[in-house]
Every structure is written in C-alpha cells, then in structure tokens.
Design a protein around this ligand. Structure first.
Ligand code: F6P
Length: 323
C-alpha cells in the first residue's frame, strides 16, 4: 500500500518539469496519497528540506519553465555520509515510494538510493539533452529544440544580410541531439556532433566546394563535439572561407528556460501520471518514458546507457538536405 511518496527534481532543470510535478501531485492526491516535495534535488533529501505538496502548491505551474522544487547537482549525495543522511530522511517521513525527475546523473543517484534503502524508486526522464534510453523525447527536449530553431531563424536573418558564416553552438554535454534536430529544422549547412565521426574533415571538404555567392551559411555544433567548441571551430575553418566573415553564437542556458511547448506539457503529464500508477502497482527501479506513444518502463541501469548512435534517417537527412 502506497500512502506517502517523496518527489524531487535533480540535475539541470528542463521546461516541463513543473507539468510533471503537477501531474504526480494531482494523481497522487486523487488516490489519497500524500506527496512530500524535497527541495534542490538530493541536497534537500540530505538536509530534510521539504514541503507538503497539495493542489494549491501545483496550481498555475503547468505553463512555467524551471522547477518549483528547485534543483541541484548534489556532490554530497555521492558521499557515503550524504547517502546515509538521505536514507534517514526517507525513514523519518515514512515514505513508501520516491519519484525522481531528472537525467542520467539523477538516475545513477536513484540506483544508489534504492540499493541502500528499501524504498521503491521510479524516475521521470527530465533533461533537455534527450540522452536517455527508453523514451523518444525526454521532458525539456522539445522545448529546447524549438528555442534552438527560433535562434537559428533569427541568426539566419542577420547572416543573410551580411553574407556571413555563422557557427551556432548548442547544449548537450555528451550528446548532439539538440544540435541534430535544430540543424535539420533550421536548414543548417553543416552539423558537428559527437555521434558523427570525421565531421570536421567532411566540413572542410564541403566548405572548399561552397559556391561563395550564397548569402548565409549556418554551421551547428554541439558543445560535446570533439572539435572543442564554436570558437575553436571558427579559427579552424576561417582559412577555407574565402574571406567571408565567420561569426560565433553560443546559445547556452537560454535553451533550458521558457514556457514548455504543448507537446512537452502533455508528455510530462502522461509520464508523471503513470509514475504514480506504476508505484501503486508495485513497480520500482525504472524510468517511465514514452516510446511510439506507449508508456514504457526501462530499468535505471539501461536508461543511463550512453547513446552512441543517432537515428540513421536523421543522419541521412542532414547529409542530403544540407549539401
Ligand atoms: O542539463 C543538461 C545540460 O543543459 C547540458 O546540455 C549542459 O552541458 C549542462 O546541462 C550544463 O550544466 P550546468 O547548467 O550545470 O552548467
């Protein structure tokens, strides 16, 4: 019997986390389950910083970016002392279950929490990077790529007016998935991401073949690409650009903020709702995701596996459509 659950957001915030919090709380209350929200991720669990979440606390948040529970990347939770303290907090609140909204680091934390306590832990995939196995779109990804495409469109206007080459750097510590989709949607002339090999060599060959009378050139690079960032890339390609101005724009944390898209709000609501139902039915140790419009559970250990390969259809698209 699940009577009281804990809820926290951890790692980098992402748009849609609030919609997910709201869905968890409203579903739990609907089933007479109490929800204890911990503040600033695992740090709040260690320090017993919490609030009881009722209807009022989650009203008017579905359209808001960020997370009302705040978030952190907790270094203390990686220590034996921190983990012990977190388990004590769980016991003090007599929690029957715990829902963690976050990315791979947060789920590695969830694995440890489950190992060192007897609590049932489930996760909702929340990260703009979309780098988790077991869901088509993580919470935050759709909004982030729309923000990125909007930025490409705006930069295109000025690039076109000045006949300039622009290198736009997208977030994604280890993954190039924001860069990939936004490059396709923004009509970029080239893309560099960690999942594609020899993309710098290909880019230089491509630049040599450019007809230099075309107005603008947009090159999208992921922060995680081995080329080492947009500024370094600009220096590398300048000699091949036939005197064209090469400018750099690093989008940075703007990709993490803003109102979640419609799709984001709906997906986050589905995932939050199901996380509570799955806890009630006895599931534990899994991330709740959506694959092909079906809710899917993936063990945390598999969810955090690094995605090495991108969708071959998208890889082909970027090659053919940008040539
Ligand atoms: O949350 C994911 C992410 O935005 C990555 O894309 C990025 O590399 C990282 O977080 C930045 O983290 P922070 O805001 O802690 O510097």
């Amino acid at each position: 019997m699940i009577k009281r659950i804990g809820l926290l957001t951890s790692g980098g915030d992402s748009p849609g986390m609030n919609a997910c919090i709201r869905a968890v709380v409203r579903t739990a209350l609907y089933h007479q389950i109490e929800v204890v929200g911990f503040l600033r991720g695992y740090d709040g669990l260690i320090d017993n910083q919490f609030c009881i979440l009722n209807h009022k606390e989650v009203s008017g948040i579905i359209n808001k970016g960020g997370t009302i529970l705040k978030t952190a990347r907790s270094e203390r939770f990686r220590t034996t002392e921190g983990l012990k303290q977190a388990v004590t907090t769980i016991q003090q609140h007599a929690l029957d279950g715990m829902i963690v909204i976050g990315g791979d680091g947060s789920f590695r934390g969830a694995i440890e929490l489950a190992k060192h306590s007897d609590i049932a832990v489930l996760g909702c995939a929340g990260t703009i990077d979309n780098d988790l196995v077991g869901t088509d779109f993580t919470i935050g990804y759709d909004t982030a790529i729309n923000t990125a495409v909007d930025a490409i469109d705006k930069i295109r206007d000025t690039a076109e007016s000045h006949d300039r080459v622009f290198i736009i750097e997208m977030m994604g510590r280890d993954a190039g998935l924001i860069a990939l989709r936004s490059a396709i949607a923004g009509g970029a002339e080239a893309l560099l991401i960690p999942e594609l090999n020899n993309d710098l060599g290909d880019l230089i060959e491509k630049i040599k073949g450019w007809r230099h009378n075309k107005g603008s050139r947009i090159i999208v690079v992921s922060e995680g690409d081995e080329v080492g960032g947009a500024y370094k890339l600009a220096e590398t390609i300048k000699p091949y650009c036939a005197g064209l101005d090469v400018k750099v724009s690093i989008l940075g944390h703007i990709q993490r903020g803003g109102a979640p898209t419609c799709m984001e709000r709906v997906n986050a609501s589905i995932v939050g709702y199901h996380a509570v139902l799955e806890l009630m039915s006895g599931k534990r140790g899994c991330m709740v995701g959506i694959i092909n419009r079906q809710v899917a559970l993936t063990p945390f250990e598999n969810a955090v596996k690094h995605i090495e390969r991108i969708d071959p259809v998208l890889e082909k698209l970027i090659k053919v459509l940008s040539h």
